[in-house]
Design a protein around this ligand. Structure first.
Ligand SMILES: [Zn+2]
Length: 232
């Protein structure tokens, strides 16, 4: 069953698989696809199996800054679907993949009837909020190289060691100049941590990237381990 490839869905109770999953469908996520727009009602909830959905804040003047990544460890629109359904920010597919999706009305009707399911969704939303808060702190004080490493570690968690992303989109999402990302990528390539090719980053040595990253990825990962396994 494909839905198990999403860790959040995979840890849900059997009732989710028996009652909710028959109403879901599997869709492709295409890089660049906009799945939610600010102040527009969402009509689907996404549980990615692969790929990355970026939550972004669009700024006057055309810039967008990423505040969180959602992949096979999470969901987009789950809490939103329960009330109001209006997106507060844009969400864009950054790396293509696949997702199980549900109509928001069917999803929220099911959640209304299952308090345990709602509780699990709310716990995930708290994790997601903590990731956004960590990103805000990270963007304010950490160096471009450390932040680039943090992003690579997060993307590695979600899609593995082959990451289909351009330096251009990376710099846009991080809200920094393209040349700053190029400099950071060059440092990482020269140290043997990554190789770069057109539109692709390949992770070669994760330990080198971890050593250069700020603490933000480790903090988010620790929260996630707690979410999944209740580990400290
Ligand atoms: Zn940081």
């Amino acid at each position: 069953m494909r839905a198990h490839e999403n860790f959040l869905l995979g840890q849900m109770d059997a009732v989710v698989f028996d009652e909710l999953l028959p109403h879901g469908s599997v869709v492709k996520l295409t890089s660049g696809e906009v799945i939610a727009e600010t102040r527009v009602e969402i009509d689907r909830v996404y549980f990615p199996h692969s790929g990355i959905i970026s939550c972004v804040v669009a700024l006057t003047g055309g810039g967008v800054i990423e505040t969180a990544m959602i992949g096979r460890d999470g969901a987009f629109g789950a809490a939103l679907s329960l009330d109001g359904r209006r997106a507060f920010n844009d969400a864009v597919v950054q790396v293509g993949g696949e997702a199980t999706v549900f109509d928001t009305r069917i999803f929220s009707d099911f959640a209304e009837r299952h308090v345990g399911f709602r509780r699990q969704l709310m716990t995930y939303e708290q994790f997601h909020l903590a990731e956004v808060q960590q990103t805000a702190a990270c963007n304010a004080v950490h160096t471009v190289l450390a932040r680039t490493c943090r992003w690579l570690l997060r993307m590695y968690d979600l899609v593995g060691d082959e990451i289909a992303i351009t330096q251009e989109s990376l710099s846009q999402m991080m809200g920094i100049r393209r040349t700053s990302v190029t400099d950071a990528a060059r440092v990482l390539q020269n140290s043997g941590a990554i190789t770069l090719s057109r539109g692709h980053v390949r992770i070669i040595d994760l330990s080198k990237i971890s050593a250069l990253a700020c603490e933000c990825h480790a903090n988010v990962a620790r929260n996630y381990r707690w979410l999944r396994h209740r580990e400290r």
